[in-house]
Design a protein around this ligand. Structure first.
Ligand code: AMP
Length: 184
């Protein structure tokens, strides 16, 4: 668990999360251990604890907007934003947003992917917390960070449920302040 002065105690959320994540071997391809959060999502009391911890973090960071990364990030961003009275900004895969967009390509293990944001998504002065379920290699988080900064956002951090430390995602995310409820 990451800890700095402004952060809440995440130990209760870590315990609950650990009991409600399912490892799925070799998904979506051989060698990958997929961290499946559907048990967490389907257990209201557990989900509430985790959302509450993220909301405490968001409040502590003074976040006024929560940016969720498609797709599981949306499931976290919406309830967290509702609890703290913040707006929600979706960061989507290419071709999904209807308005004028900014795009950012990033490297996957094989090939590239593209994330997009509405170019007017973040009014000037908004303090944005990015949320997602898993930080792996860090490419997704770095692309989201770049998109938000390009919109003029003040990005106050990234919050993830799980950080796969063996993939060294922090090496690709530069100055982004990262909080992970659980490190694996
Ligand atoms: P990365 O860009 O490598 O940090 O990958 C992070 C993105 O891929 C997040 O949006 C995650 O939802 C997803 N992801 C990567 N690895 C896993 C995993 N082992 N289990 C679940 N989701 C993962």
């Amino acid at each position: 668990m990451t800890s700095v002065d402004s952060q809440p105690d995440l130990s209760a959320a870590e315990a609950v999360l650990g009991a409600h994540v399912r490892d799925v071997m070799d998904f979506p391809k051989p060698g990958v251990v997929f961290k499946d959060i559907t048990p967490l999502l389907s257990t209201p009391a557990a989900f509430g604890v985790v959302v509450g911890a993220l909301a405490d973090l968001a409040r502590g960071l003074g976040a006024t907007t929560i940016a969720g990364i498609e797709a599981r990030g949306f499931l976290l961003a919406a309830p967290v934003a509702d609890r703290v009275g913040a707006g929600i900004v979706p960061i989507r895969k290419q071709g999904k947003l209807p308005g004028r967009t900014r795009s950012e390509a990033y490297a996957l293990e094989y090939g590239t992917a593209v994330l997009e944001i509405h170019e007017d998504a973040v009014p000037t002065g908004e303090r944005v917390l990015i949320v997602d379920d898993v930080l792996a290699t860090g490419g997704t988080a770095a692309a989201a960070h770049t998109l938000l900064r390009g919109c003029g956002a003040d990005v106050v951090g990234l919050a993830v449920l799980m950080e796969l430390t063996f993939l060294s995602g922090r090496d690709r995310t530069g100055t982004l302040d990262i909080t992970s409820i659980m490190k694996i």
